[in-house]
Design a protein. Sequence first.
Length: 313
Amino acid sequence: MTAGLELLPIDITGYRTGNTDIDYLHRFDSGQPGPNVLITALTHGNEVCGAYALSVLFKNNIRPSKGSLTLCFNNVDAYHSFDAENPGASRLVDEDFNRLWSDDILDGERQSSELSRARQVRGAVATADYLLDLHSMHLPCPALMLCGTAAKGQRLAMAMGVPEHVVADPGHTAGPRMRDYGSFAADSGEKTALLIECGQHWQDTSRQVAIQTVFHFLDALGVIDRDTAKPYLADSPAPQKMIEVVGPITIQTEAFRFTDDFTGLEVIAQAGTIIGHDGVQPVTTPHDDCVLIMPTHRPRVGQTAVRLGRFID
């Protein structure tokens, strides 16, 4: 094992050529009426837990009993750039694959490695009825299901029963995510997308969470037999908690810093508590029992420092 890394990339080259004309994208059709379901991994190349989860689906020949199931490894060029001496660098090649998902960006003239790949897989995303996008986090934190602000996302997340923490979030100011593309983000309609942060990038628990989550997802949608899913489902999962994001803290200066080494899901009891400084400006909590969601310790101007939330029924 490479020092400090419990979870290393696996060889996915055997999945390059599938049954579509797009590398690393496979579609399985049951021949029966039902939803088009899409599961994606490696939206960021250093978030390797998703590759493990898709490999379990392939190795166990998991096929839908109705509708179709599409499996896609997204940013494979970034993934294949992995270097154990600098593992975080394999997150991307040119830019963040998960900030490109609007028609204006995808139809624009700008070019990058990530844009080329996003344009390749765009059709699969656009035609999916349900999407699960598998991610992991830089800091150690319990898994988070990001369900968007629409009620349909919250319903599907709660129907899955895992993970414990579900976050109703509006997305990022730095650019639109794949889970927010097109009708996924609309309040109306049935098309629904979820994004799960499975844990810290290099901890083996993120692999376990990713595998468990894909089976809960497929089971909740009723597209695989319960007996097929059952060996991978959680035993007595903790009751789920819904967190509503009330707003992001966007970094304004190069001198942003937190007051503590927050890793996520800390609950700050009192409104007005200083949790950081952006230059000379204090950053305070807007309400009692404020939940810190995915704080960054790699601050950059214009990026989200942390999202602030509250527990809701």
